[in-house]
Design a protein around this ligand. Structure first.
Ligand code: SAM
Length: 205
């Protein structure tokens, strides 16, 4: 997976490559999908949601430019796989998932693997986690209609947010930097994520 899908497609951040080698992706999918865990596509994780394609996880992490010291907010815990990659590469991860059963399963996996720097919350991640703001990095792993304002306001000055923005079926990965309170936006690749559902996302499931 790492040679062909990650390094082979141009991921250069050595930390990201090492994290993708270390985190056991097969432990984040159900038994019947384990043989497909390292394949080049997303997989179902229940409740109509998915664990993202390995390359997408690597690219989004690389775009965050982590040095190891950051406080990271992740919106969309899902299986917890991306959470584990972030936990390898940052100081603390705050992760929010709107579906309780997914959050619970992810928490069990993360705890079993021994990560001590992850805090979980069930709820609408589009409004962020003001009690712990500001965050040095924010990663949104679901497709948003626009930059969620509350989340941008919780990004530290100089901080970076990675967010897929578009319609419900098609998005572009956006890298949003907070420059003195103003967003500076760069676009990366096209992508397709499940919708970000919430107050500052899409309505309904
Ligand atoms: N990164 C995850 C992984 O490695 O398994 C995959 C995330 S999946 C593509 C997107 C997740 O975002 C889903 O689990 C979905 O329930 C969650 N989600 C959607 N809207 C949300 C919101 N407003 N707050 C929190 N989580 C949300």
């Amino acid at each position: 997976m790492v040679d062909e899908q990650i390094i082979g497609r141009g991921i250069k951040d050595q930390g990201v490559i090492e994290a993708m080698l270390v985190v056991p992706r097969h432990k984040f999918v159900s038994e019947n999908l384990r043989t497909q865990a390292y394949n080049d596509y997303p997989l179902p994780i229940g409740a109509g949601q998915t664990i993202s394609q390995p390359y997408m996880v690597a690219l989004m992490t690389e775009l965050l430019q982590l040095s190891g010291k950051e406080k990271v907010l992740e919106i969309g815990t899902g299986s917890g796989y991306q959470t584990a990659i972030l936990a390898e590469l940052s100081s603390q991860v705050f992760t929010i998932e709107r579906i309780a059963e997914l959050s619970q399963a992810a928490r069990q996996r993360i705890e079993k693997l021994g990560y001590k720097n992850v805090v979980f919350r069930v709820g609408d991640g589009t409004i962020g986690w003001p009690e712990f703001a500001p965050f040095d990095r924010i990663l949104i792993t679901a497709g948003a209609p626009d930059i969620p304002k509350s989340l941008f306001s919780q990004l530290s000055d100089g901080g970076v947010m990675v967010v897929p923005i578009g319609d419900r079926n098609f998005q572009i990965l956006n890298v949003v930097k907070n420059v003195g309170g103003r967003p500076e936006v760069e676009q990366s690749i096209e992508c397709t994520f499940v919708p970000l559902v919430g107050k500052e996302g899409w309505n309904g499931a």
